[in-house]
Each structure stands twice: as C-alpha cells, then as structure tokens.
Design a protein around this ligand. Structure first.
Ligand code: ASN
Ligand code: ZN
Length: 324
C-alpha cells in the first residue's frame, strides 16, 4: 500500500491469476485509466490482474498502477467491516452488495467522490506534488458514507442539510480510522491527513482551515457544504472529547465552545452510535441543525435513556456550538 506498508487484501482467483474482486464483501477495484469523474460509469475502466497475488510497490505517486488500488481495496473493506461490525449494516445499501471502486480517475484530480448512479467510488491521483493518491482510510470512509446517507436520511446536498451530509461523512470516515485501531492510520480528529497533509479539515476547531464554521448562525446554510459541516464536526468533537486542550494518540487539540461553557465528552464510540441511529431513524432529507439536535437526542434517549449522562452530553455539545 502507499500509506500503510504491507496489508492483506481479499482477492479472487481467475484461473490464470487473481483479480481485485473482494469475495467476502463484493467490492471490485478497477483502474479508471484517467477517465474524468464525470465520464465514469460502473462499466468503465479495467480490472486489475496479477499472476502472483502480490500487488503494488508501496510507493506514493507510484508508476505501478496497482499500488493505489491496494489502499483503495483494503480501505473499502475496512469501511464495510466498520458498518457491519459496529452498526450491523450490511453494505452501503444494507443489502450485502459491494461497490465498484475506481482509482486513477482524471488527471491530477486531487479529490474523490461517491456516485449513486454508478454505485461507485472514484479516487484521483492527487495534485502531482504534495498530495498523493486520494485513497487513504478516512477519505474512503467519507466517500462510502455518502452512499450510506443517500440510502438512509438522504440529506439534501445544499444548505444546512448539506452541511450535515458532509459532517456525517467526516464523522464516519474518522470513525473507520478509530475502528482500524491505528493499524492503517492514527485514530484522530483530522480529516484527510494522509492524502492532503497536514490535514484538509479538523474537528476540534474547524475554522482553522480558514473556511469552516465553528458555531451555528442563521447564515451558516449559505456556506459551501464542506464548510457548514464544521458545526456538526465541532459538535462531534465536543461530545466525544469535551472542550479545552487535550492530546489524543499523540495529536494535540484545543476545542473552544461558542458559549464559554465547559463540555465533558462521552467518547467517540458512543457519539457515533447515537449519530448512526439519528441518521438512520430520525433524520430526513430536509433536517437542519436544529432538527439534528432533536434527532440525536431522540437517539440518545433510545440508546441510553432520557436524562442519562450520554443524553446530557449530547445536549450540552449542541448548545456549545450554538444549536439550541
Ligand atoms: N470529495 C468531495 C466530497 O465527498 C467531493 C465533492 O465535493 N462532492 O464531498
Ligand atoms: Zn463529501
């Protein structure tokens, strides 16, 4: 792999060799051959093949096109396993079906995306200088989560619901990293820290990226969805780790509150459990931040009881990002 040294992946024998079809989860990883993202269909691209079943050369910007495919194939499997083992979800649509994963999409395309129409994920080769292939674990988890959101709450991709859609992808993308328990990437509250170093977004104080909102305001829905997501990401951090300064897995954070309150966290696993239930049971396509507060409090009540420590922490964290 590019990012993690040697990893074990699930492949399928073809008779004459092996191909990157995951026989356990059904994912197929293919080479898009630098086709642009807007042209990619499920049938596009070329399957990877190998006679040895040893893939890639472990380098970033590798001339061996299978190298990015190793990360993509492994990290799609980690994401699938996270949803299955933590949330009891069988694949993106909860129907057990795997997705198609394209690497080498576009030319120096420094991005990745999910598409419902091809039930596929697309990853670019980075920017040719500082950012390598966009196949790191939190990025893959983020993109697959767009498929999960679309199959559940279907949060509309504009305004506050769009920010919640993006935040949901950042939250579960990060939780997949924690699930992999530092085997692939450090469990952290930084997003795309491997493929867009030092990070593309962060949860403790989202405004450090120069664009994202830390606190809800009546104009937050006018921001790009990747920036209005800051309110949700900040809430997730505060509910998980609490306010103030803290070092977790060697990374230092300092999370302010918008109302000068002090918040005590309940750990990201409980918050993610609550958020998954909120997303899949209570949120709808038009849920806004106020609705997300209500949805997550309903979920916390179901899982831990009204007035529980968990319920109160969820409420306190929303108030701390000005969602009342
Ligand atoms: N990587 C971006 C995302 O998942 C692509 C986009 O802007 N749709 O949000
Ligand atoms: Zn996204």
């Amino acid at each position: 792999s590019e990012y993690t040294g040697q990893v074990t992946i699930d492949t399928t024998p073809t008779g004459s060799g092996y191909t990157l079809t995951d026989p356990v989860r059904g994912h197929v990883t293919k080479d898009a051959g630098n086709l642009s993202a807007s042209s990619v269909k499920a049938s596009s691209g070329t399957p990877f093949t190998s006679t040895t079943n040893v893939w890639g050369d472990g380098r970033k910007f590798s001339t061996d096109r299978a190298t990015a495919a190793v990360d993509a194939h492994a990290n799609t499997a980690w994401t699938y396993d996270y949803y299955k083992n933590v949330h009891g979800r069988n694949g993106i649509k909860n129907d057990g079906k795997g997705a198609t994963v394209f690497v080498h999409v576009g030319t120096d395309w420094d991005n990745a995306q999910w598409s419902d129409s091809c039930f596929c994920m697309m990853t670019g080769d980075g920017n040719g200088s500082t950012d390598p292939e966009q196949v790191d674990l939190d990025t893959m988890g983020h993109e697959m989560t767009h498929g999960v959101t679309s199959a559940t709450a279907n949060l509309r991709y504009s305004g506050e619901s769009g920010g919640l859609n993006e935040s949901t992808s950042d939250i579960f993308g990060t939780m997949v990293e924690w699930y992999a328990n530092n085997k692939i990437d450090t469990g952290d509250y930084l997003f795309s820290d491997q493929s867009t170093p030092p990070w593309l977004r962060r949860f403790d104080k989202p405004s450090l990226d120069g664009h994202s909102a830390d606190c809800w305001s009546s104009s937050v829905g006018k921001l790009n969805v990747h920036y209005s997501s800051g309110v949700g990401n900040h809430w997730f951090y505060l509910a998980s780790e609490g306010s103030g300064s803290k070092t977790v897995n060697g990374v230092s954070y300092n999370s302010p509150t918008c109302d000068d309150s002090t918040v005590t966290g309940i750990g990201n696993q409980k918050v993610a459990k609550i958020w998954y239930r909120a997303l899949t049971v209570y949120m709808t396509s038009t849920t806004n931040y106020k609705g997300a507060r209500a949805a997550s409090l309903n979920a916390a009540r179901d899982l831990y009881g009204a007035g529980s420590t968990e319920y109160n922490a969820i409420a306190a964290a929303w108030s701390a990002v000005s969602v009342n």
